[in-house]
Design a protein around this ligand. Structure first.
Ligand code: DOR
Ligand code: ZN
Length: 353
């Protein structure tokens, strides 16, 4: 008989967008329910660039949870801009509350306009981060108009990431939401200073899901979904147990109408059903024994955090789990990730372990 139950240490989501205001209030409970800690992306408008910004954003996240979020720990990041100073970094490291700094190449994705245009000009900041032990999180895509959108990650590795690593080998880096075999191989052949997060949706879908037989805007995200051979490489890495690969859902809510648009926003909201989807992926790959490493151990190890003592149970049922199709945000909705197949696993929220 197939396995019917999995016990995990409560997972950590090492790449999450929560936004602010009404959107934050609507989405945060979904992450707090299933995750103990999350690395919070700083791409608000305006972005989170100082430790003061990070402290007040963290408080807004906790306030949005009211009393129900006492065990949820938002781990804050700073947004690297062209005016970030070594003082900003020292300040952040001294307070200990900022866990990493995010590099968005300007124009690469949602709210990345304040990002960096000329990345070598930030090398002195990377050196300071290496000295302070602050990891660099990269959105690993070049933005050059002449580089095809499906090649932007591979080109980023050659032109941006590899030179950074060669120049500052002590810098700890996370290649966020890696989507290609090139990325997996690059991380796999590197030392353990380089890790990668993988999203739920990139493990479940290839680009046909978005483009074949009609365009499905709710699968549009950045980096964009790739071809099947890349998805297979991601699945092999995620399910291998290799400590360099860990979960970062990149759950990124947008109002439904802004995705169903002539120029739709990039982002998939998967916070509400990621764990059931991931259990399905690991079951398909016959690697359920490695799910806990991916969701709950490897990321904590990279960030130097204790493993969560709280346990969580996932249950396999004979009928598919029912997830909400959307959640309400005021008068609008956010569409929940549709994995495109029945999901038989869900988190058991009825008993505490
Ligand atoms: O699809 C994405 N959405 N990719 C990102 O890098 C940003 C995110 C967002 O903030 O919406
Ligand atoms: Zn993201």
């Amino acid at each position: 008989m197939s396995q019917q139950e999995i016990i995990l240490n409560k997972p950590d989501d090492m790449h999450l967008h929560l936004r602010d205001g009404d959107m934050l209030s609507a989405v945060v409970e979904h992450s707090a329910r299933d995750f103990a800690r999350t690395i919070i992306m700083p791409n608000l408008v305006p972005p989170v660039t100082t430790v003061e910004d990070a402290m007040s954003y963290r408080q807004r996240i906790l306030d949005a949870l009211g009393g129900s979020g006492t065990s949820f720990e938002p781990l804050m990041t700073l947004y690297l801009t062209e005016v970030t100073t070594t003082y900003d970094l020292e300040n952040a490291a001294a307070l200990g509350m900022v866990k990493a700094v995010k590099l968005y190449p300007a124009g690469a994705t949602t709210n990345s306009d304040s990002g960096v245009r000329d990345i070598p000009k930030s090398y002195h900041l990377f050196e300071k981060m290496a000295e302070l032990g602050l990891p660099l999180l990269v959105h690993g895509e070049v933005t050059d108009a002449d580089i095809d959108i499906f090649d932007r990650e591979a080109v980023f590795i050659d032109r941006v990431l590899d030179p950074i690593r060669r120049t500052i080998p002590e810098l700890r880096i996370v290649m966020e939401h890696v989507t290609t075999k090139n990325g997996i191989d690059y991380v796999g052949n590197a030392d353990n200073k380089l890790c990668a997060t993988l999203t739920t949706h990139h493990l479940m879908l290839n680009r046909n899901a978005m483009l074949a037989g009609g365009f499905r805007p709710h699968y549009y995200c950045l980096p964009i979904l790739k071809r099947e051979e890349h998805r297979q490489a991601l699945r092999a890495a995620a399910t291998s147990g290799d400590a360099r690969f860990f979960l970062g859902t990149d759950s990124a809510p947008h109002p439904t109408h802004t995705k169903e648009s002539a120029c739709g926003c990039a982002g998939v909201f998967s916070a509400a059903n990621s764990l059931g989807c991931l259990a399905t992926v690991f079951e398909e790959e016959q690697a359920l024994e490695n799910l806990n490493s991916f969701t709950s151990l490897n990321g904590a190890k990279f960030y130097g955090l204790d493993i969560n003592e709280v346990k969580m149970r996932l249950i396999r049922t004979s009928e598919p789990a029912v997830f909400p199709k959307n959640i309400k945000v005021g008068a609008e909705t956010v569409t929940v990730f549709d994995p495109g197949m029945p999901i038989y696993w869900h988190v058991d929220h009825t008993t505490s372990l």
